[in-house]
Design a binder for this molecule. Structure first.
Ligand code: GDP
Ligand code: ZN
Length: 358
């Protein structure tokens, strides 16, 4: 499957160093991912609902908001309210997400969602709301944003403090899902020097853009990076996601908040995800209610594939299936690499933290 995001110049550095073996393992992991997701089966079970991208071409509408079977859909640059087509099983209503590409029909004058265009990418989480649905449907997957080509990982230099673990988590999630990561190091006006972790991310081929809504730094570059793409903004609350979006897309008018709680992570200001159109074929998915996503559906032995630095060192570990955790020190090149300063301890700690979540 080709993804436009991966064809862009700056992405190559991020992708090319993955070994063939890593890519094959990744494909297997993805195959499992979709297979174990009951949702994919639910969608597939309804004949004629999911249509191929080739068939639809550019003739699709984009879901901008989705709540309880009602959708705000962007059709030829205009917003339309739509419901799921009544000829379709109602269960599908919860399987349509912000960012989805759909084709519309109509029923008694009401626009309806008739087809779903096969998704290019999904950014998803485990459903936390335990309801009957969980038992009825095999799927515990909740899609946060569909069809995004890039993810802007927003962190702040200060207030709240910079958390490299958040970046590491999102680098795994984006890479696993075939989404290109871009790090926006916001509030750069509040510090005199960049955090040294940023240079390390650059060395891995990840684009890092220091930004500030106070002095405007990096905003044009960030905009150019996202142009022609469907991009999602992720980040803890209080880091400046809404401020950045407002600064780049003044007409979007997101509410901004202040960092007010003691955790320093900011307070919750908005909740539902939505898609903002800001230029031709250019969209931002804002996910204000999502503080952080868990890494899931990745095999423990596969996690290292999404830490390319660890993967490279780990090729020479004594055991093929070494997860660089409980294995003896003398047999593990990753543990030795940390000791020798070849791998930042912070990266290793992030890796172990995610490994234990799996
Ligand atoms: P969100 O929760 O990630 O959407 O964060 P907000 O956009 O609501 O911003 C949180 C706070 O940080 C607000 O008080 C903003 O004014 C402030 N802020 C956002 N961006 C910057 C920046 O680049 N520099 C500085 N100094 N403050 C910022
Ligand atoms: Zn090892």
């Amino acid at each position: 499957m080709t993804r436009t995001g991966q064809e862009k110049g700056h992405l190559e550095g991020w992708q090319w160093r993955q070994s063939k073996r890593a890519l094959e393992k990744k494909e297997r992991a993805k195959a499992r991912h979709f297979k174990s997701s009951g949702e994919a089966e639910t969608l597939a079970e309804v004949p004629d609902f999911v249509v191929s991208r080739e068939k639809v071409g550019r003739e699709y509408s984009i879901v901008a908001e989705a709540t309880a079977g009602r959708y705000k859909v962007l059709e030829h640059g205009q917003f339309t309210e739509a419901i799921l087509d009544p000829t379709l099983p109602f269960d599908l209503a919860r399987n349509i997400y912000v960012g989805d590409h759909v084709t519309l029909s109509s029923h008694e004058g009401q626009p309806t969602v008739r087809h779903l265009v096969a998704r290019k990418t999904v950014l998803s989480r485990l459903r936390r709301d335990a309801t009957r649905w969980r038992d009825i449907h095999a799927s515990n997957e909740q899609v946060i944003a569909a069809n995004v080509e890039s993810a802007v990982i927003v962190v702040s230099a200060k207030d709240p403090p910079f958390h490299p673990k958040f970046v590491d988590r999102y680098l795994v999630l984006t890479q696993f899902n075939g989404i290109t990561p871009v790090i926006a190091y916001n509030k750069s006006d509040l510090v005199s020097a960049e955090d040294q972790a940023l240079e390390y991310y650059r060395s891995m081929g990840v684009k890092v853009i220091p930004t500030s809504v106070v002095d405007g730094k990096g905003l044009a570059e960030l905009k150019e990076t996202m142009r022609g793409q469907q991009a999602v903004f992720v980040g803890h609350s209080g880091v400046g996601k809404s401020s950045l979006i407002n600064a780049m897309v003044p007409q979007s008018e997101l509410r901004t908040g202040t960092v007010s709680d003691k955790s320093g992570k900011g307070r919750h200001t908005t909740s539902a995800s939505r898609l903002i159109a800001w230029d031709k074929d250019s969209y931002i998915v804002d996910t204000p209610g999502i503080r952080s996503l868990e890494v899931w559906n990745i095999e423990k032995t596969d996690l290292q594939l999404y830490f390319k630095d660890i993967n490279e060192l780990g090729r020479d570990c004594k055991y093929d299936d070494c997860v660089h955790d409980a294995e003896p020190y003398q047999d593990c090149k990753v543990k030795q690499g940390v000791k020798q300063g070849l791998l930042p301890r912070q990266r290793y700690d992030s890796y172990l933290k995610l490994l234990r979540e799996l």
